[in-house]
Each structure stands twice: as C-alpha cells, then as structure tokens.
Write a protein that binds this ligand. Structure first.
Ligand code: NAP
Length: 244
C-alpha cells in the first residue's frame, strides 16, 4: 500500500516513522517547503506545492498512491481542503490527523477569536506589549497595529510586520521557566497564539497563567464537511491497517 503523508508536523514524522518500519507499507512524505531547514521525516520526501487540488489529484494518480494521510498543521486549511477534494476525485481514502487543541484551565484568561483579523482587533485593547507567537505566517495581520510586538518564529516573516517589534528566531520545545523569564524580561502584557495544540509549544500558556496575562487564542479553522478525523498516532495507525 502506497501512502502519501502530507506533513510539516511532528505527527506526520511519527506516522512516517512507524509505517516505514512495517512490511507492506510504502510511504512518501510531502512538505510545503516553507521552513528553510525543516526537520525531515524518515523515508522518501518530496517538497513543494502540487498546484492546487487538481494538481494533487494528478500527482496521486501519477505516483500510484492508495491512501492519503493529511497530518498537516491544524491551521493549514488550504492543503487540507485540497487533500479532501483531490482524494475524493481520485476515489482514495483520506484521513485527517489533528492533534487535540489546548484546554483552558483554572487561572487562564483566554479570549477566543475566529481568525487573525479578529485577533489583531482584540489585542489592541489589551496592553501595549504583545507576545505574538503565531509562527511566521499571518504576522501581516498585525502590521497596522501601534503596539510593540515580540514576534517569535522559526524563520523571519516575509510579509509586512508591525513598525515596533523585536524578532526572536527560535524553534520549540520551550520550557515553562524560559517562557516565564521571556515574558517577564520583555514586560509582556498579552499573548497572541493559534490553538495549535501539542506539548512542544504549550509552556507559554502555563507561563501566561502563572503571570495572570491574557491570551488571545485564535480558534482552528473547521475541517472539510464529512472529513474522517483522528487525534492520535495510534488511531491513525489503526485506520491505516484497516485500509490494507
Ligand atoms: P496552506 O495554507 O494550507 O497551504 C498553502 C499551499 O501550500 C497549499 O495549497 C499547497 O500548495 C502548499 N502546501 C501546504 N502544505 C503542503 C504539504 N505538506 N506538501 C505540499 N504542499 C503543501 O498551508 P500553510 O498554512 O502555508 O502551511 C504549510 C505547511 O507548513 C504545512 O505542511 C503545515 O503542516 C506546515 N505548518 C503550518 C503551520 C501553520 O500555522 N499554518 C504551522 C506549522 C507547520 P499547492 O496548492 O500548490 O499544492
């Protein structure tokens, strides 16, 4: 069985790791090619867009793919929609693997917003010094803001950025102690994050809780209608074996 794993996440690398060790499974992982030095999965890897849903449908046929695993980031809505559409057109099963989102705990001061524009509007009233930890993409939504921003990303943003900012290039995981020190040192008033979920970057939420800082939490875009979704690697693996 030949599997295309749409990746760019830890979950995608874990699935590639497991499947490559099993007989009867051939895998190809796909990365968008946005990060300069990506952490590569085990096994065959291709890099770059397919050319929309139609390009992906053609690629699936040309490469003899039997099953598609969409393990892209919960906020990568474009490739997820394309995967659903292309797999349906090619008559192939597709599974969407989405790690669970973060859960609010006692002491948290979260403000949920549906998108980046709403986040920029909301954060304007919540303090002068903002920790913007949404990754490189989407920073432009804050470019017109007058506040000061600490922008943390793996690679520098390519689009417009707020006039007053400091850029911090870093890749998780981060510890609660380091995140608390960062928030304190930069005198942060408010955080902005996507509800990405996962352990690698959740320490900032514990640090914000400890310092009683508000967090503007950008909610996830919905999956395509009728999408088959699992939250764990174990569930993805069970599903994969059922397809064999
Ligand atoms: P997106 O908006 O959903 O995708 C935009 C376009 O990029 C897609 O239409 C596709 O181009 C190409 N693309 C995206 N993921 C791809 C993949 N795995 N393999 C081949 N082409 C891909 O995606 P995004 O938000 O820019 O994210 C890009 C990648 O970064 C994803 O793989 C995602 O898992 C990873 N990532 C995203 C975030 C985030 O916050 N969005 C965070 C961490 C990692 P074509 O239409 O030409 O095929």
């Amino acid at each position: 069985m030949k599997i295309l794993i749409l990746g760019g996440t830890r979950e995608a690398r874990e699935i590639a790791d497991i499947a490559s060790g099993e007989r009867g499974f051939e895998i190809v992982s796909s990365l968008a090619g946005r990060v300069r030095e990506p952490v590569l999965p085990i096994g065959a890897v291709r890099v770059g867009g397919f050319g929309g849903a139609e390009g992906l449908r053609k690629w699936l046929g040309d490469n003899g793919i039997d099953v598609v695993i969409d393990a892209t980031h919960p906020f990568a809505g474009g490739i997820t929609a394309n995967a659903a559409q292309a797999a349906a057109a090619a008559g192939l099963p597709v599974l969407h693997v989405r790690r669970p989102g973060w859960s609010e705990q006692a002491g948290d001061r979260w403000i949920g917003v549906p998108n980046l524009a709403a986040a920029a509007e909301t954060v304007a009233g919540l303090g002068e010094r903002v920790f913007l930890t949404i990754g490189r993409q989407g920073v432009a939504a804050f470019a017109g803001s007058q506040q000061w921003f600490l922008i943390r990303a793996i690679d520098p943003p390519e689009d417009a950025v707020p006039a007053r900012h400091e850029l911090l290039l870093a890749r998780g995981p981060f510890s609660v102690a380091d995140e608390t020190a960062l928030l304190t040192d930069r005198r942060i008033d408010v955080l902005v994050t996507k509800d990405s979920g996962g352990a690698l970057t959740e320490a900032k939420l514990a640090a914000a809780r400890a310092l009683a800082l508000p967090v503007v939490m950008i909610e996830r875009p919905p999956l395509p209608a009728g999408a088959v979704q699992v939250e764990t690697i174990a569930a993805a693996w069970d599903w994969l074996r059922q397809q064999a």
